[in-house]
Design a protein around this ligand. Structure first.
Ligand code: S3P
Length: 447
């Protein structure tokens, strides 16, 4: 399927429940509910290409769940009720599913093989395997430290060792994997991260009765982000009853579209405003974006609020350091804002972008050049000299966020943009094109 977008009307209106529930919180809610004792009810769950593999995996471990629209019900019977699956678990394209499940499997002490798409097999798994082995987990990987990987059951009554570990890169997937494994360990696990990665795991486990402490320490003039987890004894987790906020990483495409299409005025309601996720908003505001917040409140342990976004003249900016971690998934759409801004935008400290659903530094450079953008690639980021976007035909490389970003580029380009192989938008935002159409954008599908 191709997406074809072109500049037409301003985006005017309001979106709320149509936005998908947050992807990261959806993954965690489904999985953690399967560890709980009792029935969890999760509303506004993200039903998408990347959350399906997590739900299917739960079935393989003998967990019962049902989905009624966007309401997920999970029958948790505690960590000890997890069964060995009979087949390898297919995590599709979802690294979150694979890495979080690896920790859960180690914590539950079952045997399972985790595998996924060709794209997922390319992504590094040694970052979870090495620390899990330090905890005593027995894991077989494919040469190169990639999937498929098999985690072996422990002998009867044997627990994992608690871990004290410095994460070499800030990663919520690695941190969450290790915190889940730590539930099956005896004693306190202490993790030390170089950046403020998303903290949904900590918040959710706390709400389920686990003692989790997060704090910052300064060492050699840099901040380190610490998390300490002590599992309750006996391990009994409270079920979840929550409605999930809208995904700020999905809202990001609409926010940038409204900023760069002249005359636009858009309200986005019920968006997750957890400070570990709002890096894009900070970056855009530094560029002069007219974004205001209202109705901020806490729901289900997360900060939620409404956004008002008005079309704005943007100036180039610089992004590096802790801000990179807080906007890690938003660089493809941020690059589109940079491409139409006045002046130069530079991104550094973002090497991790090379290890996402595609090498996002290389793919952004390749595809944006096709739209006439002046972009230089760095080993850890890129520089964009802002100006005008031209039309053209570009490729998604199977990366959902690249596909949606390029389609948004077309809404502000001088002539239409065709994004080839754009069916991957359904991985995290199935209603992407439909919502934009309702707001007045000219975007259509072909093939
Ligand atoms: C996620 C963490 C991030 C992010 C991904 C979702 C999560 O990955 O890119 O889309 O839900 O924990 P890393 O932990 O690899 O940075």
């Amino acid at each position: 399927m191709n997406l074809i977008s072109k500049s037409a009307n301003p985006l005017i209106g309001s979106v709320s429940a149509e936005l998908p529930g947050d992807k990261s919180i959806s993954h965690r809610a489904a999985l953690f509910a399967a560890f709980a004792d009792g029935t969890s009810r999760i509303e506004h769950f993200q039903v998408s290409g990347v959350t399906r593999p997590m739900l299917q995996a739960l079935t393989s471990f003998g967990i019962q769940w049902s989905l009624d629209g966007e309401t997920l019900t999970v029958e948790g019977r505690g960590i000890s009720a997890w069964k060995n699956p009979t087949f390898p678990i297919d995590c599709g394209n979802s690294a979150t599913t694979l890495r979080l499940l690896a920790g859960a499997i180690a914590g539950a002490g079952v045997t399972a093989t985790l595998d996924g798409s060709y794209g997922l097999r390319r992504r590094p798994m040694d970052r979870i395997v090495e620390p899990l082995r330090k905890m005593g987990a027995v894991i077989k990987t494919t040469p190169g430290g990639i999937a498929p990987l098999t985690i072996q059951e422990r002998s009867e009554g044997q627990k994992l060792k608690p871990l004290t570990y410095d994460l070499p890169v800030a990663s919520a997937q690695v941190k969450s994997c290790l915190l889940l494994a730590a539930l099956g360990a005896e004693g306190t696990t202490l993790l030390n991260e170089p950046g403020p990665s998303r903290d949904h795991t900590e918040r959710m486990l706390s709400s389920m009765g686990v003692t989790v402490n997060s704090y910052e320490v300064e060492a050699h003039n840099t901040l380190r982000y610490m998390v300490e987890l002590t599992p309750p004894n006996p391990l009994k987790l409270l079920p979840l009853n929550m409605s999930l906020p809208a995904d700020p990483s999905a809202a990001a495409f609409l926010i940038v579209a409204a900023l760069i299409i002249p005359g636009s005025s858009l309200t986005l309601k019920g968006v997750c405003l957890n400070p570990t996720r709002t890096g894009l908003l900070d970056g855009l505001q530094a560029m002069g974006a007219d974004i205001s917040f209202s109705n901020q409140h806490e729901a289900g342990g997360e900060l939620v609020g409404d956004l008002q976004v008005n079309a704005s003249e943007l100036q180039g900016t610089e992004v590096s350091g802790p801000l990179v971690v807080r906007m890690i998934d938003e660089f493809p759409i941020f690059a589109i804002a940079a491409a139409v801004s006045n002046g130069t935008t530079t991104v550094h400290d973002a090497k991790e972008l090379r290890l996402k659903e595609s090498d996002r530094i290389a793919m952004l450079a390749t595809e944006l050049r096709l739209l006439g953008v002046e972009i230089e690639e760095h080993s850890d980021g890129f520089t964009i000299h802002g100006g005008k976007l031209q039309g053209g035909t570009v490729e998604s490389h199977g990366d959902h966020r690249l596909a949606m970003s390029l389609a948004v580029a077309g809404l502000a380009a001088e002539s239409p943009v065709t994004v080839r192989n754009a069916e991957c938008t359904a991985e995290s935002f199935p209603a992407f094109a439909e919502i934009l159409q309702k707001l007045g954008a000219s975007i259509s599908t072909e093939g």
